[in-house]
Design a protein around this ligand. Structure first.
Ligand SMILES: C[S@@+](CC[C@H](N)C(=O)[O-])C[C@H]1O[C@@H](n2cnc3c(N)ncnc32)[C@H](O)[C@@H]1O
Length: 282
């Protein structure tokens, strides 16, 4: 008896998910095929349930006919959770160990890849300002989600989160008062405008777009955790090519270069906070 191709390992639902991702790529150019299967499956099935649909197949015709449904899936897949001074220990370490090295450079080029609504890049701007490095820095902040990028440009912080951000800032070794860096309005706070001066926000997709040249620091924190192994490797290659010799790559605390093909090209600068340094060529 002839067996179905892949009958043993793939359920129909998994095949439908692959077809949905293929349809999204062909129609809209966004490529989620290399993302972690577990992550994408979880998000798709949750959306299917919320809509009361009986199969993933129904989502394919819907996404092809309706741009706004694609936008919903885009939000589902991209996970935009972020905060000011996220993992305060990382900023503390960056300030004490990386900043003295950055001080020796005549100018600084820094890339925040997957910056979400901007909290990470504004945290770095504050740190650089306090260390008198801001004026010689050019910071690029990119994300593939245009909606969060718009929020990032506006620099609006949630009032509800200010207490937590203030605490994070203090733990991160902040030298001033966090309230110096925002202007509070009724139900929101806006980042102090001078912090935006050296930041260029841009739409950039890590899966399909190219390198940013001669970076001294690349931060890509809590982004590759949603990628499959092959895509993680491809994107790490993009960062390797974007960094100058001795440049720093900063990942999220749950991410690592350990056991990857790029491990040998980087020195592990901080195991705890996942700071890597591109080796100088011999
Ligand atoms: C969890 S947030 C992390 C934000 C910030 N780096 C932090 O650690 O707080 C992940 C961000 O990565 C972005 N992202 C996911 N896939 C991407 C891709 N292929 N290209 C660019 N950005 C991507 C998402 O839109 C989202 O804003």
């Amino acid at each position: 008896m002839k067996q179905d191709f892949n009958e043993i390992s793939l359920q129909n639902e998994d095949i439908e998910i692959m077809l949905l991702l293929e349809a999204i790529f062909i129609k809209y150019g966004y490529d989620f095929r290399g993302y972690s299967q577990a992550h994408i499956k979880r998000r798709i099935l949750r959306r299917k349930e919320l809509l009361g649909l009986s199969s993933v197949l129904e989502m394919i015709s819907r996404v092809l006919d309706d741009r706004s449904f694609f936008d919903t899936l885009m939000m589902d897949f991209s996970i935009n959770v972020t905060e000011m001074f996220r993992d305060p220990g990382f900023y503390k370490q960056f300030r004490s160990e990386v900043v003295p090295i950055l001080r020796t450079y005549p100018y600084l080029r820094i890339w925040h890849a997957g910056c979400s609504s901007g909290e990470e890049v504004y945290s770095m701007a504050i740190l650089l300002k306090e260390e008198n490095l801001y004026e010689k820095a050019q910071i690029y902040a990119t994300d593939f989600n245009e909606d969060v990028l718009e929020n990032a440009k506006e620099g609006i912080l949630s009032i509800d989160a200010l207490k937590e951000y203030t605490y994070n800032y203090q733990l991160s070794g902040g030298l001033s008062s966090f309230s110096d860096y925002y202007i509070a309005k009724y139900d929101s706070a806006i980042i102090e405008p001078s912090l935006k001066k050296k930041i260029i926000f841009a739409d950039h997709n890590l899966v399909t777009d190219g390198v940013f040249g001669e970076m001294h620091v690349v931060l890509c924190r809590n982004v590759m955790i949603y990628f499959g192994k092959a895509l993680q490797s491809k994107v790490t290659g993009l960062f390797y090519d974007s960094l100058c010799n001795g440049g720093f790559l900063c990942l999220g605390t749950k991410e690592s270069l350990k056991f990857t093909e790029y491990e040998k090209y980087f020195e592990c600068f901080s195991e705890e906070y996942k700071i890597y340094r591109k080796k100088f060529k011999a």
